[in-house]
Design a protein around this ligand. Structure first.
Ligand SMILES: Nc1nc2c(ncn2[C@@H]2O[C@H](COP(=O)(O)OP(=O)(O)OP(=O)(O)O)[C@@H](O)[C@H]2O)c(=O)[nH]1
Ligand SMILES: [Mg+2]
Length: 837
């Protein structure tokens, strides 16, 4: 017989850390409340018969948020055999509030005093024996992060489960206790003895979900109501607060008896918070940190790795551990100088009336003929006029920009003709790139270079999936930094800082948590909106969260930053700012509509204490996010690239369906051309960019993959990433590129995220509205960027587009500043009857 144990406790007390330790799972752990929003089940490593469920963190068993409902429904309906109640011992008073409720549920409880490492470090002392005696349940000291006491906890819980003895109920005393006992009697017929106490207390609190659970007769209902009102009148408070007070009084006494706190001044955590949550400095500090993160991940370290991945692994090849790279570079520079001298002399010779065309033609040829070159050169050298020709070669110093000139005579020219282009493979340890290896493999297998197999692999898969995988290093670095910021506790502060700003336009700082998760992936981000109590704020958060660039959008940003802005980290950072600004602007605009008006709920997120991020957590989080990206590359993106390869490579030419020689005749080109005109205003009305943007709906990485394929088809030789960037740069201007990037970042997210939106909205109309809003907003913003930006840079002249852009700006300003609609009474204030499924 298997034993089912549940992990319950306050948010951020370490339940998931414990769960991972016990089951070997790799569930997401973050240092802020509200990480887990759905229950997760796993088998205990030490005993496969023990099933452990990780529940979302909750402060109480009231029915106001989705997590509370998820956790509570599980405990009431599925009745685990024992509850392992994790208590953050460093914050024991508040954590015990939930404990007092759990003890009433009629399920055996074992308390785990977690975070004991922090308590000990602080010098506080908790009398565990006494606590256990007063509460009437076993208490185990643990430090989940170090795996201390966790096994003992399970063993104790197993014993408690086998004994199946409900904890002794602690009385509220006085008239409250009398009323609750009376209610217990009234519902004796419809409840099991074990759960009776809990239901009675909930009915006393007028919990609507519990009320709805029973079909009590009118007279019973009246009797209960009478009991409640009597107590309310006596104590001059509402029933719910009466119970809360009673619980805290009990806890106050308990803590006085069992906990000895060491008196200390400001803790380090408080001192840091003084600075990072400072009214004036908080935002600049946050902006600086995020800029640094993007700068390092996209420009410097990330850039180096991405160049390596794009040009090396998915290009010609690379020098292992950069051995020989410097020598190769030197040799290449020398070779380039020789070419400059050669061309300078040839130019002078041409001016002197010597026919150099035969040679230059050969030198520029796609596949130059060695002997033809030698013959042509010999012919030129034999010309009597050649001896007196002197060319002038110009060299620019890369660092100083200083230009030096050098005379080139016939002898030097002859020398340049013998110079051979250095082969990187001759220097150090050369590792050929994947395309080169595949080419060799195909050659050895005798695969036809013009056949479809070769084309599918090289033009389709390598060009598409390779273009995406090239960005993995950058993403891993970004995820690494984000994981550190999350785990140390800083991100929870940012939610607090953001609350001050968000409140001004009607959202609470709670909406920041989904945004934060959204920087990794939109799917969990949309799900994280569950921590928001108010339905309208929750909907608004779902609608705007995907504006934050998720990991999959990073390659798009990195590609455009690389191709158009010299790999600028500032551009990458600006994409992040654009996302946050869009949330703020949308917040203000939407709040003016009747369905969204009203004040946000007060922000009551507790700030976790800072701690040094654990390597395990950081790397797990980095790997979890990164690997899902790699998995996607191997599945969805692979399939899409194959689809794209087919629709780009085949079409109608000369009246027949065949493999096309001109990509403009492909199936995709035809489809794209039909849709493309829509995107003329935002400046990317070509079928290629249209197709790329649409392919992003499947997965955002596809935008890059599709560009990889589109431009790969154009060239004849295998091209590396940066050559694609060159081609790309020829097709867009900087302004156009930025507008296109903005559109892709802001428009409807990928299918997976759209699915999450549909699940969380649980309503077709709202889903359509959310996705429609994102697309419309993206279109408006990219049009403004392109039209107005183009006007400023002089690319565009004043025309219809400008007028439309100005109209768009006027519309946004109107929506931002118009008078808000009046709120509908209290409708939507609290999500009392949410359905957790
Ligand atoms: N010092 C210390 N930190 C811990 C301990 N257990 C967990 N943590 C840290 O506390 C933070 C929260 O851990 P989680 O496991 O995500 O907490 P949770 O209870 O699942 O949180 P929610 O899912 O939000 O309810 C993480 O940063 C952990 O590394 C512990 O015993 N000692
Ligand atoms: Mg958790």
């Amino acid at each position: 017989m298997s034993i089912r144990l549940a992990l319950a406790g306050n948010p951020n007390c370490g339940k998931t850390t414990m769960f991972n330790d016990l089951t070997g799972a790799t569930q997401y752990v973050g240092n802020w409340p509200g990480v887990t929003v759905e229950k997760k089940e796993g088998k205990f490593k030490g005993d496969k018969e023990v099933l452990i469920t990780d529940l979302p963190g909750i402060y109480s068993l009231s029915p106001y948020t989705l997590e509370e409902v998820v956790a509570r429904d599980y405990l009431v309906n599925e009745k685990p055999q024992a509850i392992m109640n994790l208590v953050d011992a460093s914050n024991i008073e508040r954590n015990l509030y939930l404990t007092t409720q759990l003890l009433e549920m009629g399920i055996p409880v074992v308390i785990a005093l977690n975070m004991m490492d922090i308590v000990k470090k602080r010098g506080d002392v908790i009398d565990v024996k006494k606590l256990s005696q007063e509460l009437g349940v076993p208490v185990v000291e643990t430090a989940a992060i170090k795996g201390e006491g966790t096994r003992e906890l399970v063993e104790t819980a197993k014993k408690a489960a086998k004994a199946a003895k409900a904890p002794a109920v602690h009385g509220f005393g006085g008239s409250i206790e009398n009323a609750v006992t009376e209610i217990e009697k009234l519902i004796a017929d419809v409840t099991e003895p074990a759960q009776r106490r809990w239901f009675a207390v909930k009915l006393f609190e007028r919990d609507s979900k519990v009320q709805a659970r029973f079909t009590l007769g009118k007279d019973v209902q009246d009797k209960i109501e009478k009991l409640i009102t009597a107590v309310e009148e006596e104590l001059d408070d509402d029933a719910e607060s009466i119970i809360t007070d009673a619980r805290y009084q009990y806890i106050g006494k308990l803590v006085k008896d069992c906990v000895k706190k060491k008196k200390t001044g400001l803790s380090t955590s408080d001192k840091i918070d003084h600075i990072v949550t400072n009214r004036i400095l908080a935002l600049p500090i946050f902006a600086l940190i995020m800029w640094l993160v993007y700068y390092v991940s996209v420009s410097t370290a990330g850039g180096i790795f991405t160049d390596w991945a794009n040009d090396g692994v998915f290009g010609d090849g690379w020098h292992l551990f950069t051995i020989g790279a410097a020598d190769y570079e030197e040799a290449t520079a020398e070779y380039d100088d020789q070419i400059t001298r050669r061309d300078a002399w040839l130019e002078a010779a041409d001016e002197a009336g010597i026919d150099t065309s035969a040679l230059t033609e050969q030198l520029d040829a796609e596949e130059p003929d060695e002997t033809a070159i030698a013959d042509a050169a010999a012919a030129i050298e034999a010309d009597p006029a050649a001896a007196s020709v002197v060319g002038t070669a110009e060299f620019e110093d890369e660092d100083s920009g200083e230009v030096t000139t050098e005379d080139v005579d016939l002898a030097t020219f002859e020398e340049t003709m013998t110079a051979a282009e250095p082969d990187p493979a001759d220097f150090g340890v050369w590792v050929p790139g994947i395309p080169v290896l595949l080419e060799k493999l195909f050659a050895s297998m005798g695969v036809n270079k013009d056949g479809w197999v070769y084309s599918l692999v090289m033009d389709g898969i390598v060009a598409g999936v390779g273009a995406v995988l090239g960005f993995v290093p950058q993403m891993l670095i970004l995820f690494f930094f984000l994981a550190i910021l999350e785990d140390c506790g800083y991100m929870a502060r940012v939610a607090f800082i953001m609350d001050r700003i968000f409140r001004k336009f009607g959202l609470s700082g709670k909406s920041f948590i989904p945004m934060l998760i959204g920087s990794g992936c939109g799917v969990p981000a949309v799900m994280a909106s569950r921590t928001i109590e108010q339905e309208r704020d929750r909907r608004m958060t779902i609608m705007t969260t995907c504006f934050v660039p998720c990991g999959a959008k990073l390659p798009i940003i990195a590609m455009f930053a690389g191709a158009f802005f010299g790999g600028s980290g500032t551009i990458a950072f600006s994409a992040y700012v654009l996302g946050v600004l869009s949330i703020i602007i949308s917040g203000i605009m939407l709040k003016k509509f009747k369905i969204f008006t009203g004040d946000p709920a007060p922000f009551v997120m507790e700030l976790p204490s800072y701690h040094v991020p654990t390597a395990g957590n950081v790397f797990r989080s980095m790997w979890e996010r990164g690997s899902s990206f790699i998995k996607k590359a191997g599945t969805v993106i692979l399939l899409s690239t194959i689809f794209m390869w087919f629709t780009l490579g085949y079409g109608w030419e000369g009246g027949a369906f065949c493999a096309v020689s001109d990509i403009d005749n492909s199936i995709m080109a035809r489809i794209g051309s039909v849709i493309a005109p829509i995107f003329t205003l935002p400046g990317f009305g070509t079928w290629k960019s249209t197709v790329a943007a649409i392919s992003g709906l499947v997965a955002k990485e596809n935008v890059v993959a599709t560009f990889g394929q589109l431009y790969h088809f154009v060239g004849e030789v295998a091209e590396d990433g940066s050559e694609i960037w060159g081609e790309l740069a020829a097709d867009f201007t900087q302004v156009g590129a930025y507008a296109f990037m903005a559109f892709n970042l802001l428009c409807a997210p990928c299918f997976a995220a759209m699915g999450a939106i549909k699940r969380e909205m649980n309503n077709g109309k709202w889903t359509a509205f959310a996705i429609g809003y994102m697309c419309a907003y993206a279109y408006v913003v990219s049009t403004i960027i392109y039209q107005i930006g183009g006007l400023i840079t002089g690319e565009l002249t004043f025309g219809v587009g400008t007028v439309v852009a100005i109209a768009f700006i006027a519309l946004i300003i109107f929506l931002l500043f118009r008078k808000p609609a009046k709120a509908d009474s209290t409708e939507g204030l609290r999500r009392m009857s949410v359905d957790a499924n």
